[in-house]
Design a protein around this ligand. Sequence first.
Ligand code: ADP
Length: 552
Amino acid sequence: MTKPEKRLQCEPTGYEFSAYFRCPQSGVVSKGARTVLFILLVILIPFLIYAFLQVKSLGKDEEMADAIYEKQMETVLFSLNQYADDRMQQWVSRLSDKSNPVTDNAADLVLGNESIQLLVLRNLSTRTDSLCYSDYVAGSPGNQAEIDRWYNENDSTIAKLTSYLEAGFQKIQAAGGLTSIEGLNPAQTAMTVMTYDKDSALYNALFILNPNYWVETVLGAKMQELSQDEFLLAVMQKNTSEQDASLIYSTGEFDASHNYLERLLWILPETYLAIQSKGISYSELIGNRNRTNLAFLFFSIITILIGSFLIFQNARKALKIAQLKSDFVSNVSHEIRTPLSLIRMYAETLMLGRITSEEKKQNYYQVIHRESGRLTYLVNNILDFSRIEANRRTYYLTDVDMNQLVQKLYDTYAHTFLENNIDGELYLHPRSLPILADAQAFEAALSNLIDNALKYSTDPGKVTISTFTRDGFACCKVTDQGIGIAKEHHLKIFEQFFRVDDALTQKTKGTGLGLNLVKHIMEEHHGEVTVASKPGKGSQFTLLFPITKDPI
Ligand code: ADP
């Protein structure tokens, strides 16, 4: 069994004032809006993904740049350490010079290098020491005991260095654990190395240095060269038990409270090489740049979101207007078709000459007259609208009496009130109300209001028209007891093509142009149109024209 086909009926059911179905076309708007939304999303989503990936990669970039920078700083420190080691190796090679006895070499070395305060040479087979003091310091009797203590405690170090030497590697070792030796400058640090004398006797050399002087004379120039404009280099001493480091030397205003990288100096105990970037640190620089990038990215996203929202809104509006226009065309066709078919039908009947009763004939003439009036009104509205759209509507303002215009128009409607079973009432201000107006435009505005009052009234109903003055304005109010208008539509009803989308309104015919025309006419007369209305309680529309003279 086949299912009966469902058809949507969009045509009028009949011509004679029958209610017609309206195509439920509002879905077209939401479909169009959905398409726009979809296109926007297609554009937006890759951008958002890109932004997300950028935000993620920013952190990684920072880490990577930090790592690279740290490596660079480490390289600088390494080369400085290497340099210090090389310089020491030069001393050690002079000490190990086999052409002289090691003690002579030691004496020469101390004599030529002021940073060496004391050089202890211990013959490891006899366990005897030769002490070489720099010329500006003097030995003290307790010193030998301290030196012995150090050797006793560092047997394993000596053994290790000896095994390196035997393997052909003359390693210079930082010598920690030496307490301050009396009679020397209190700034002391030490390093040790093994060497052979010319007769192959094994010696240990313990260098006691003035670190400040040594760093300045031996490392200073190299540090200046390495630091260039980019870095600050410093040498610091810190005891493992002490938190604070004491700065021995730096190539500039080294700020220990800022980020810096430090590495132990290979050849001296508790001495560190430190490096930091000049001014703002590199990671801070990257952090700042990333923050700026992020802010810019978020700003761009927000701009794009706002832009998309506005595009979406505009597109929706444009679609809505397109929809309203298409509704308008269908509404106008229906509005025109109804009176036309009536006129044609009644005229044809009259032409056939079948109507004999004079009364019936009069009745037919009246219908033809009324319907052609209706057509004129409709066409005038559309023409006015198109003139306004094209900016071609001109107004011929003359001094007129509002009361007279209202009275004239009310009289033309008397018959229509009767026909529609509407009780019409007119209350005119007792004095004439002089205004500057285009009489035709005034008539068009007021007839639109009266027409609406009739259209949206229930049968039987009442429409009241009154004129009065308020705050220097001559006012004309049209009150009905019809279906009323919800508050949220009070502004919209003055927009082009807008019709309230409810069953009661849709029952009546209309183009959605009338009130827009009224608003335009009132603006051109430096007046305004106001509305007061509640659903089910009727509506009041008031036209306000500036009074030109005192009412007489
Ligand atoms: P239309 O040709 O649809 O009447 P208008 O511009 O004159 O166009 O009015 C716009 C809409 O305002 C109407 O569709 C209707 O919903 C509402 N409206 C206007 N006047 C009245 C009234 N007196 N009572 C109730 N609703 C009204």
